[in-house]
Design a protein around this ligand. Structure first.
Ligand code: PLP
Length: 375
C-alpha cells in the first residue's frame, strides 16, 4: 500500500497507539475526581498540555483540549463573537478556509455580522494590504489559515496579524494551523495570533482530539455548557486516552523538525522533477508551499476516475479536502486554477515515512492511468 493522503489523516504512530491503550487500561480515572485515580489522569493531561505548549512556546495553561480543530475553530470564532462582537460587527477571513472556519463565519453572517472574505490576487497570492484595507473601526476579529489544506500554500499570516495588531491591538486574531502544526514553526508570539486551532490526527495522533491556544487575557464565550473542565473553557469530561496519544505524537515529532523537513523537501523535489517531464500534468501548488502537500492536475481526466484507478493498485490519494467527500470546494478556483484543472485536481500529501521509490511507483501508475483511461 502507498498512502499519500496524509493531509486527510495520518496513520497513528505505534507509540501513540501504545500511549492510548496504556491510558485506557491503567488510567481510567476521571481527571476531575479528587482521589488518586483522578490525579493520575490529570497528570497525563498535564504532560500532554506541556508538550504542546512547549512546541508553541507558550504557558501550558493557555492550551485547552477539544474534540478536534473543527471544535477549536468554532470556539474561537463563535466564542470571540460572543464576547467581542456585542458592539462591533465586522469580521475578516479568507475565501480559502477549511469548512470548519468557513461555515462558522457563514453562520455569523446569518446572525447579522458583516463578514469580509479576502481572495488571493490574480497571481494566486494573498496581498497583506487587502486585509489591512478591510480593517475598520467596527472590526473585532480576523481569522486566517497558515497552510492551505488543498494546495499546501503558506499564507502571510505573520505579516497580516502583525500589521493588524499595530493598527489596533484589540482586534482578535485567529489562525487555523492544522496543516502547519509540527510541520513548520507555529509560534503564537511571532505570528501575533491570539487563538490557534490544532488537530491530533494530522500528526500521527488519534482522531477526535485537538486543542486551542487562547492567549492570556482573551475571553471567549463558552460554547460547550456543562462542567467547569478545561479551566471553564469547555464543559465535558476530557478524552484522556486520546489526549495522552496527542501528547505522545507531539513529543515524538518534537525532536525531528529539521530531519523531517529535509526528508520532505527531498520527496517534494523528487516528485516535481518526475512530474515535470510528464505530458498532461500540471502542478497547482504554488512555490511557497509546505513540502507535505502537492496538488496536481491530470489534464482531461476527472479527479475521481484517476483516484479510483490508483486505489485499485492500493495507492491512496485525494481529490481535495476529505471533508467535502469529493465535492469541489472552489478553493482551487480562488487560487486562480481554471475550472478544467480544478475538475482534474489530485492532492498528494506526504508523511516522513514515504519514500522516493513510492513516488516512482505512483508516477508509473499515473502514467498508466493516462494511457489506459484515454482509450
Ligand atoms: N482545518 C484544516 C485546515 C484541516 O485540514 C482540517 C482537517 O481536515 C480541519 C481544520 C478539521 O480538523 P478536525 O478533523 O480535527 O476537526
Amino acid at each position: 500500500m502507498i498512502y499519500f493522503d496524509n493531509a486527510a489523516t495520518t496513520k497513528p504512530a505505534e507509540s501513540v497507539i501504545k500511549a492510548v491503550c496504556d491510558c485506557m487500561e491503567n488510567t481510567f480515572g476521571n481527571p476531575s475526581s479528587l482521589h488518586t485515580l483522578g490525579i493520575r489522569a490529570q497528570q497525563i493531561m498535564d504532560r500532554a498540555r506541556k508538550n504542546i505548549a512547549s512546541v508553541l512556546a507558550v504557558p501550558p495553561e493557555t492550551v485547552y483540549f477539544t474534540s478536534g480543530a473543527t471544535e477549536s475553530s468554532n470556539l474561537a470564532i463563535r466564542g470571540a463573537a460572543g464576547t467581542y462582537g456585542r458592539r462591533k460587527k465586522r469580521v475578516i477571513t479568507t475565501t480559502v478556509e477549511h469548512s470548519s472556519v468557513k461555515e462558522a463565519f457563514n453562520r455569523l453572517e446569518e446572525e447579522g455580522f458583516e463578514v469580509i472574505r479576502i481572495s488571493p490576487r490574480e497571481n494566486g497570492e494573498f496581498a497583506p494590504e487587502d486585509f489591512i484595507a478591510a480593517v475598520d473601526g467596527n472590526t473585532f476579529l480576523i481569522s486566517m489559515m497558515l497552510v492551505n489544506n488543498e494546495t499546501g500554500a503558506v499564507l502571510p499570516v505573520k505579516k497580516v496579524f502583525n500589521t493588524v495588531k499595530r493598527m489596533n491591538s484589540e482586534i482578535i486574531t485567529h489562525c487555523d494551523a492544522v496543516q502547519a502544526f509540527m510541520k513548520i514553526p507555529v509560534k503564537p508570539n511571532e505570528l501575533k495570533a491570539d487563538l490557534i486551532s490544532m488537530s491530533a490526527h494530522k500528526i500521527y495522533g488519534p482522531k477526535g482530539v485537538g486543542a486551542i491556544y487562547v492567549k492570556k487575557g482573551i475571553r471567549l464565550l463558552k460554547q460547550n455548557h456543562g462542567g467547569k473542565q478545561e479551566n471553564n473553557m469547555r464543559g465535558g469530561t476530557e478524552a484522556v486516552p486520546l489526549i495522552a496519544g496527542f501528547g505522545e505524537a507531539v513529543e515524538m515529532l518534537s525532536g525531528t523538525f529539521a530531519d523531517r523537513t529535509e526528508k520532505l523537501e527531498t520527496l517534494r523535489r523528487h516528485f516535481l522533477e518526475k512530474t515535470e517531464n510528464m505530458d498532461g500534468i500540471s502542478v497547482n501548488s504554488p512555490e511557497n508551499s509546505v513540502p507535505y502537500i502537492v496538488n496536481i492536475s491530470a489534464v482531461g481526466f476527472r479527479s475521481e476516475i484517476i483516484l479510483h484507478f490508483l486505489e485499485e493498485r492500493e495507492i491512496y490519494i485525494s481529490s481535495g479536502s476529505a471533508c467535502s467527500k469529493g465535492a469541489k470546494s472552489g478553493v482551487l478556483g480562488e487560487f486562480g486554477i481554471s475550472p478544467e484543472l480544478e475538475d482534474s485536481a489530485l492532492r498528494i500529501s506526504f508523511s516522513h515515512e514515504n519514500t522516493t521509490e513510492q513516488i516512482d511507483e505512483f508516477i508509473s501508475a499515473l502514467a498508466e492511468a493516462q494511457k489506459r483511461l484515454k482509450r
